[in-house]
Design a protein around this ligand. Sequence first.
Ligand SMILES: [Zn+2]
Length: 133
Amino acid sequence: MKTLIEAAVAARGQSYSPYSGYAVGASVLADDGTIYAGCNVENAAYPLGFCAEANAIGNMIAAGGRQIVHVVVTGPGTNICTPCGGCRQQIREFASSLDTPVTICDADGAVLLETDISTLLPNSFGPENLKNT
Ligand SMILES: [Zn+2]
């Protein structure tokens, strides 16, 4: 857990967020024990920015990972930096179960909230919905 948090904090340090100044880091632990991290990447054309969680997931997918067993998100300040709605759905796509933990930390890695994907995205739509059509 400590290493997963450290990966998110380190990724946050690489954030490209010159417009909002809101740096976010995220890390995902894949089912094979590998940690993948990402940071938010803003763009002068605002809608083109990427969330930290999406980048961490993209890094996992590019390396061949497919199942997430734990997610950590770090953001600034004392308000919890929970994944946005879109990222909740992206996490849901690759979560190993609906109980997959999501830990929210401050910029220093102190845990502010421990939750799970089914709490963040209740009654969610997922890959199994498309398997019986
Ligand atoms: Zn997001």
